[in-house]
Design a protein around this ligand. Structure first.
Ligand code: GRG
Length: 296
């Protein structure tokens, strides 16, 4: 199968699995369920589910085993975007080219959508019968996602971000923020994919984790670059919002050339970490390149 059809297959697979797990919009309470579907099914690149599938692919895992972790990371991601857009956080009105959740519905609904998507992620991971693994391994996967999502992961990174508005951060402080805010869930996506493989060893896990750390940071740098270079139409969210929100970014600290160079070096480092993996890891290598060449 070509890389293009592989990616398309996995995109369709996660969309269909998400559709199965999301309560129907006519189930009580309908407004909440409609809003959950509006967010999860309203676009998005599905980068995190793709990392779950491609990591499993590199390790020859049956893809049906990967649906639960793929859904779980996308549900957490969707929750984070809804809460990030709220007036108490970034106060954005546009996401994925459409009104944000609190604009399309209302603030209370948006808070509940985030809460419900987060808990659904853990429900899926703990319940999916296709994830045929030991209870111990399943618990390890739940723990991995919980750690990446909570105060020592994504939510912690968001707290650092909120506290840093208007402050002057140095490059190490900026990196620490993004390792948590954006990087933790990307790292968890790769680890969850790897943990579905019953024969995975520590050496492979460490190599994959280093790959994930590098692409996670590169993803954020590219996000910062796109905020400067792209357009609102292309991004589906307001271009220039980092400057508008007085956020410290990689281009602001390193210049655009310096930020691009740093992203390229991280991608090289990520690919080097996959040296011991065979051609089944080629889609993961492609994914690393995609992260810094994407336009939105
Ligand atoms: C509210 C607890 C809490 C956390 C929010 C991730 C995050 C933390 C906020 C999102 C803000 C943001 C724009 C971060 C930059 C990187 C990022 C996560 C971009 C959006 O992810 P994409 O590009 O989005 O994968 P799509 O729409 O393609 O799914």
């Amino acid at each position: 199968m070509s890389l293009k059809s592989l990616i398309k297959t996995y995109q369709q697979q996660v969309d269909s699995a998400l559709d199965t797990w999301l309560p129907a919009a006519n189930i009580q309470p309908p407004r909440l369920h409609e809003a959950m579907r509006y967010i999860v099914q309203g676009g998005g690149k599905r980068v995190r589910p793709m990392l779950v599938y491609l990591t499993g692919h590199a390790l020859s895992v049956n893809s049906i085993m990967l649906d639960a972790p793929a859904c779980a990371v996308e549900l957490i991601h969707a929750y984070s975007l809804v809460h990030d857009d709220l007036p108490g956080m970034d106060d954005d009105d546009l996401r994925r080219g459409k009104p944000t959740c609190h604009k399309a519905f209302d603030e209370a609904t948006a808070i509940l959508v985030g809460d419900a998507l987060q808990t659904l992620a853990f429900y899926v991971l703990s319940h999916d019968p296709h994830l045929q693994t030991s209870d111990k391994r399943r618990l390890e996967m739940i723990e991995t996602l919980a750690h990446a999502t909570g105060s020592r992961g994504m939510a912690g990174g968001q707290a650092i971000d909120m506290a840093s508005v208007g402050q002057s951060l140095n490059i190490a402080e900026l990196e620490n923020m993004h390792i948590h805010k954006t990087g933790a869930l990307i790292r968890a996506s790769v680890k969850l994919g790897a943990l579905t493989c019953s024969t995975i060893d520590d050496n492979q896990l460490n190599k994959l984790d280093h790959y994930a750390k590098c692409i996670g940071l590169a993803f954020q740098i590219q996000d910062d670059i796109l905020d400067v270079e792209s357009s609102t139409e292309m991004l589906g969210k307001r271009q220039g919002s980092d400057i508008a929100h007085h956020k410290v970014t990689y281009p602001a600290l390193l210049g655009l050339r310096g930020a691009k160079q740093m992203a390229i070096e991280l991608i090289e480092d990520a690919k080097t970490s996959l040296t011991d993996f065979d051609e089944k890891a080629d889609p993961l290598r492609w994914m690393a390149s995609y992260i810094v060449t994407r336009h939105y």
